[in-house]
Design a protein. Structure first.
Length: 389
């Protein structure tokens, strides 16, 4: 099977893409989504950039100098911006726009645990963020206008040579090997470590589908911190064979040896690791806030609504699976076997069809509904300004 998931990969199949390109080499896909209309218009993007709960950046390149302004962005300032040489970047648009969320889900040939967010950048002629290197995979999908992308093969020490004094991590020595002109619907995939620079030739937007790549240090530190209270090693340090040492400030060799032996006894099971990853990777970012229903329906009425119309996850919810365990927004549960099939469907497709019957399922879904994590009905066209309002 070589499914392309709605044709987002063009003529190349999923398996071929993963084998030949994923984390290996770039891929240009012409007309990846023909006549792609975008996920938000400029007015909506500017509105999102003005919200304190949305991460945004305004980058300007003027007279050889770069400037960076973090959001929220002033609507008046955006209206006064010049006709060239600036870019507005808005993170996590998929958390606020059903269209953006649907676009992100077209990339489900990559596990949900790796999906990060969909960033939309609006650039005027000459706009861009300069040559830089990302540590994660990204798909760059053009929406309106055109943008010239120049890329360079990873080189040793490339990311260490940065422009001094710049507010962004810009490469000081950037020599592109290839360049591509992207027009609406065209898409460029870049693996981690490939230096690149995008320059707008006319006003337009680029949708950047980014993938999460936690640093090893981040994963290990977070794992150990979360498991610190679970470590149970009885006993206290003792040294009945202590011998006199000439230098009292010197660490006793016995203390070092015993501690090393204690640490070597630490063992973690696959379940420990999987539970940690499920909770950690499904945890919402700090700026994500859910909107519980203002007038929650009763559980029987909710159950009847789901039986008839199904349910959908909130745009901000992430539901992951591992065996019989489920992880939703940083919390873990082990539901009864009869409801696992429905939950797998909900996790994979983000919607659940009508006809459900299990009482245990309705009880679980109702708790998520009250928390604002899930909504009855399969239609998410209620808009980005908050479901159930």
């Amino acid at each position: 099977m070589s499914s392309t998931h709605d044709g987002v990969l063009g003529r190349i199949g999923t398996r071929a893409f993963l084998a030949r390109h994923w984390q290996k080499r770039p891929l240009l896909i012409r007309r990846a989504i023909p006549e792609f209309p975008g996920v938000v218009d400029r007015r909506e993007l500017f509105r999102l950039a003005g919200l304190a709960s949305v991460e945004s950046r305004l980058v300007q390149h003027k007279r050889g100098r770069w400037s960076l302004a973090h959001g929220p962005q002033s609507a008046a300032q955006l209206r006064r911006m010049p006709v060239g040489d600036w870019t507005l970047l808005v993170q996590g648009v998929n958390l606020h726009s059903p269209e953006a969320d649907r676009l992100l889900r077209r990339f489900k040939f990559i596990p949900h645990a790796r999906l990060d967010d969909l960033m939309v950048s609006y650039a005027v002629p000459g706009g861009g963020v300069g040559p830089h290197v990302d540590s994660y995979d990204v798909f760059l999908l053009q929406s309106g206008g055109s943008r010239l992308w120049r890329i360079a093969t990873p080189r040793k020490g490339q990311s260490d040579r940065l422009v001094e004094g710049a507010p962004l991590k810009l490469l000081r020595d950037f020599t592109p090997d290839e360049e591509y002109l992207l027009e609406p619907g065209d898409m460029l995939y870049l693996p981690p470590g490939w230096a690149h620079e995008g320059i707008a030739l006319e006003p337009g937007m680029t949708c950047s589908i980014g993938f999460r790549a936690p640093a090893h240090r981040e994963l290990v530190a977070e794992f150990l911190q979360r498991h610190a209270e679970k470590i149970d090693i009885p006993g206290v340090y003792s040294d009945p064979g202590l011998q006199w040492q000439r230098h009292p400030a010197q660490l006793p060799p016995g203390l070092v040896a015993q501690t090393r032996k204690l640490l070597s006894r630490l063992r973690f099971t696959r379940s420990d690791v999987a539970n940690f990853l499920g909770e950690y990777l499904s945890e919402p970012k700090a700026n994500v806030v859910f909107d519980p229903p203002q007038r929650a329906m009763s559980q029987p009425r909710f159950a009847n609504h789901v039986r008839v119309s199904g349910a959908r996850l909130d745009l901000r919810t992430l539901l992951l699976l591992d065996g019989q365990a489920i992880f939703i927004n940083g919390e873990r549960a082990t539901p009864a076997r009869p409801v696992l099939a429905a939950l797998r469907t909900l996790a994979n497709e983000r919607v659940l069809g009508p006809g459900q019957r299990a009482a245990a399922l309705f009880e679980l879904l109702y708790a998520w509904y009250v928390a604002g994590w899930l909504h009855p009905g399969q239609n998410d066209a209620a808009g980005a300004r908050g479901p159930n309002k």
